[in-house]
Every structure is written in structure tokens, then in C-alpha cells.
Ligand binder design. Structure first.
Ligand SMILES: *Cc1c(COP(=O)(O)O)cnc(C)c1O
Length: 523
């Protein structure tokens, strides 16, 4: 029997549990797909090459004696292999990706088109400077946008991710303390309890002792605790604004005043810049260093290992310590300051071999220029509006972690509303997969019990948000009605069920090894 659910689509209750598993592992027009190495391609090739003219004797001992170890597929087989694999995955092109603290937004195709222009994609970092003037101009223009949007005088473009940007910022801070002779006594970095894990990890990596700063009941930095912990042994504070609870740090000016008074620097984690771009300039808040995840705020693709880009804007005090390279221009055109002897005497060094992620620079600048200054301001406004819409429409069925007042770009719920249902945040997230929705961020920030952090971003329309909200409400209703099996057994419809994520993270199998090497060699 078919009924209509709240989203208006026909559903068949308990359809899955009552149907037999398929015989081949396929599911509704999608065949099961093995690894390419597990397919039958060992004796094949997809290209037609002439027989070699020599027997290879001129290669002496270097002639390969074993099979090359790569399977071959025809073109249609190759296409199907990768398209089938792609259908097992979720993608931003398929639906909302509501991960909080991640800013997963639509990547306009215009960005891709620009990044593929041969003048950007086919150049080599060792080409003569005179032949890459356009690329350097693009980097210079991007720098100008970033420093203008943040109200900061300098930017280091080369860091390749947010975490890499944090490393860049803290190394600049350490270099500044070394230059003033205070490094030996300033050994601590203060980090609020709600911080993203990369913040304390970065501080520890740079050699600092991490000291936690408490949080208030309304999800902000506890300024009294911060003030008590600041002193001449503190090198820096690392604060995210808007913070990982999706809230603006109301006392941010006081936080920066206290920090500077103590002789420390203010590192701001700018991963959440999307919420304030075009509205607030971090430079006006007293920030000394902040990374900007181009792959979050400025739409370039991320997830699945990058490449990302995490440029760091720097205050006047830290600018001299920025890592090489950077772009300068004069009447002779654009060039890169690469080495200490070229005007970079105080640079703490460099973070990568060349100039960073050119493709990401091109995509990000395309996003900026296609929006314009007014459009970027609207990005922040719409992102915040969308998050508040979700918060408002779900707060009667789920429990908002900080119910009072509006949120910024992400809506945070706890698991209070699941009490007594025997359903956990994880179970709920898995059931979302069955309904066609990628789960929100779970169990982060750590300061909120069973946290569910939802960030819609500005690129979702009201229609898409309503679709998401109706699914969430339907699931919340099922949870409260005691439909526990739907959650405990979920996901029923995904190709993989519940994975041992700890084992996957701790003991990843990254290399395929042939199960029967002798058979393959014989073919
Ligand atoms: C994403 C994020 C980071 C890290 O950025 P990566 O580019 O993933 O290294 C740091 N802090 C916060 C708050 C983030 O959301």
C-alpha cells in the first residue's frame, strides 16, 4: 500500500525490510561495482598500439619481466566504472550538503571554465616570469580582494588549506615574538573549548602549550576566564568568529583589546567568514592573522582531499613575517618576491615549493568578480537568513542548543529532544541518508551534547530548504512516534551500512594488493 508522506512523495512503509536483498548487489538500475583491480581487465588494453620494433634488448637489465600490474578497460567500460562509482557517492551537485563548519556550497560552472583557460591551467611554476604575467596579475587581484574584504594590509596566498593557514599564522606570530626577543617567555596559546580541532593541533605543532578558555552558557568565549589566563607568557589567542556554535562573539572588541594589552596576538580562525563577508572587516575587530578557506567562502570545491587554499591575511605588525612568495608590481610588470635577499628579510620562510593553488585562486576570483562587492555582502546575508529559517522551522520539533536570539550561518541543535526515544544523533543522521539527505555535522562542537550542526549556505533556495526541513520534520516525527527500527537499522538504502569509522581512520587500507598474484601473472 502506498501513502503520501509529508513531502508529497509516495512511500511504501517498511518496503525495504520486507523485500529480499538483490542477488548481485545491484540496487534499482545501479549495478554493483567492484574496484577496477578486481575486474577482468588484466589481459586487456583500451588502446591499440603497434607491436614494438625491438625486443627491448637495448634496455639491458631494465626490461620488465613481471606484468605491469595495471588493469585495462575499453572506453565504455571505463566510463561506466567511474559513473557507477560516482553514483555511490553524495555530491553537492545532487543535493544540499548541510555540514556545519564546512560551508559546502554550489560551485558555479563559470569558475570551472575560468580555471581551465589554458593561460591558467597549462602554465608551469618554473616558466619565465615574463610569460606568466596574467597569472601573477590574477594573484595580485585576488590579494587585493582579500585584503579589502578583511580590512587587513597583507596576505600570504600560498597555504593550501585552512589548517595550513593556521600554521602560517602561528609561524608568523612566533617569528614576530622571536624578533622582539619575547619568544622564550611566551609559550602559551589560548583556545576556547568550542574551537575546531585544528586550532589546538596547530598550536601544539608549532610548539606551544594549549590552554583552554571556558565558554559561557550562551555559547560565547568567557571573557573573564580569558582575561584571567592572559599574561606575558601568552603568545596568541585563537578565536573563531562567528564561532563553531554559529554565534557571533559579541565581546570580540574586548577580546582583542585584552589580548593586545597582554602583548599577545589575535589569531582569528576565518573558516566561518562566509557569514560576515562584505558585512564585517576582521581588521576592524583587531585581528592580527586570519586564514580564509577559499574552498568555503569563495565556493571552490572541497572535500575528498582537496585541493583547497587557505590564504592568511595579516595585520601590519605581522606583515613583515609573511612567508615568501608574494607578488609585487611596478612599471616593469609583475614579479614574485621569492627569497630573503629580495625584500623578504624577515619572512619566516616558505610553506610550499611554488606559489600555491593556481586553480583555486582562479575559481575564487571568478566567484568574487561574478558576485561583485554587493553580491558578496548578499552572500553573507542570505547564508544567515537561510540558517535562521532552518532554526525557526525546526525548533518546535528539535531542541536548539542556543534557543535565544538568531544564529549566524549555522543552526545548532542538541539531542535533548531525542531523550527517551533510544535514538541517538548518529542513528538520526543515518536515517537521513535513507531519505536522500547527507547528514549535518554530528557531535561537533564538543561542548554541545549530541550536537547537530546544520549549515545551509546561501546557495540553497527556499524550495530546497523546505525539502530538507520537511524530511527532518518527518524523521523527527517518526523518532518521537517510537519508530526505532527505522533509525537503528539505518541506512537501509545506502550501498554501505554502518562503517567502523574508527578503524577506517586508524588503520586505513590505502593500497590494493592482489589476492592471487600468481593467477594474474599467468594471464
Ligand atoms: C574547515 C575548518 C578548518 C580547517 O580548514 P581546512 O581547509 O579543512 O584545513 C578550521 N577551522 C574551522 C572552524 C573550520 O570550519
Amino acid at each position: 500500500m502506498s501513502t503520501m508522506n509529508t513531502i508529497g512523495r509516495p512511500t511504501t512503509p517498511n518496503a525495504v525490510t520486507s523485500k529480499p536483498a538483490t542477488l548481485t548487489g545491484g540496487r534499482g538500475l545501479l549495478q554493483n561495482e567492484h574496484l577496477i583491480f578486481e575486474s577482468d581487465g588484466w589481459g586487456k588494453t583500451g588502446v591499440d598500439l603497434p607491436e614494438p620494433k625491438t625486443d627491448g634488448s637495448d634496455l639491458g637489465d631494465l626490461v620488465r619481466k613481471d606484468p605491469i600490474g595495471l588493469p585495462g578497460l575499453s572506453e565504455p567500460e571505463t566510463m561506466r566504472h567511474y559513473v557507477r562509482l560516482s553514483q555511490k557517492n553524495h555530491a553537492i551537485d545532487l543535493a544540499i550538503y548541510p555540514l556545519g563548519s564546512c560551508t559546502m556550497k554550489h560551485n558555479p560552472r563559470l569558475n570551472e571554465k575560468m580555471a581551465r583557460l589554458p593561460g591558467f591551467s597549462d602554465i608551469h611554476p618554473l616558466q619565465p616570469i615574463s610569460t606568466v604575467q596574467g597569472a601573477l596579475e590574477l594573484m595580485d587581484t585576488l590579494s587585493h580582494w582579500l585584503t579589502t574584504l578583511t580590512g587587513m594590509p597583507a596576505v600570504a596566498l600560498s597555504p593550501k588549506a585552512g589548517a595550513h593557514g593556521e600554521l602560517c599564522g602561528l609561524m608568523a606570530i612566533r617569528a614576530a615574538h622571536e624578533a622582539s626577543g619575547e619568544h622564550e617567555k611566551r609559550r602559551k596559546v589560548l583556545v576556547p573549548t568550542s574551537a575546531h580541532g585544528t586550532n589546538p593541533a596547530t598550536a601544539a605543532f608549532v610548539g606551544y602549550t594549549v590552554v583552554e578558555v571556558a565558554q559561557t552558557d550562551d555559547g560565547r568565549v568567557d571573557v573573564a576566564d580569558l582575561a584571567a589566563k592572559l599574561g606575558d607568557d601568552v603568545a596568541a589567542i585563537m578565536v573563531t568568529n562567528p564561532n563553531t556554535c554559529g554565534l557571533f562573539e559579541r565581546d570580540i572588541l574586548e577580546i582583542s583589546r585584552l589580548t593586545h594589552e597582554a602583548g599577545a596576538y589575535f589569531y582569528c580562525d576565518g573558516a566561518n567568514f562566509n557569514a560576515i563577508v562584505g558585512r564585517v572587516r576582521p581588521g576592524d575587530l583587531g585581528v592580527d592573522a586570519m586564514h580564509i578557506n577559499l574552498h568555503k567562502t569563495f565556493s571552490t570545491p572541497h572535500g575528498g582531499g582537496g585541493p583547497g587554499a587557505g590564504p592568511v591575511v595579516l595585520s601590519e605588525a605581522l606583515a613583515p613575517f609573511a612567508p615568501a612568495p608574494w607578488v609585487v608590481h611596478d612599471a616593469n610588470g609583475y614579479r614574485l618576491i621569492e627569497r630573503e635577499e629580495d625584500e623578504a628579510a624577515q619572512a619566516f620562510g616558505r610553506l610550499c615549493a611554488f606559489q600555491g593553488q593556481m586553480g583555486m585562486y582562479t575559481r575564487a576570483l571568478s566567484y568574487m568578480m561574478s558576485h561583485g562587492a554587493d553580491g558578496l555582502r548578499q552572500v553573507a546575508e542570505d547564508a544567515v537568513l537561510n540558517a535562521n529559517y532552518i532554526k525557526a522551522r525546526l525548533s518546535d520539533v528539535m531542541s536548539a542548543a542556543f534557543p535565544d536570539g538568531p544564529c549566524m550561518h549555522e543552526a545548532l541543535f542538541d539531542d535533548e529532544w531525542l531523550k527517551g526515544t533510544d535514538i541517538t544523533t548518529l542513528d538520526f543522521a543515518k536515517a537521513m541518508i535513507d531519505e536522500g539527505f547527507h547528514p549535518m555535522t554530528m557531535y561537533f562542537p564538543l561542548v554541545v551534547h549530541g550536537a547537530m550542526l546544520i549549515e545551509p549556505t546561501e546557495t540553497e533556495s527556499k524550495q530546497e530548504l523546505d525539502r530538507f526541513i520537511e524530511a527532518m520534520r518527518a524523521l523527527a516525527g517518526a523518532a518521537k512516534a517510537g519508530d526505532v527500527d527505522r533509525f537503528k537499522g539505518a541506512p537501509f538504502h545506502a550501498p554501505m551500512k554502518r562503517l567502523d569509522e574508527t578503524r577506517a581512520a586508524r588503520a586505513p587500507v590505502l593500497r590494493w594488493t592482489a589476492p592471487q598474484v600468481s593467477n594474474i601473472a599467468a594471464e
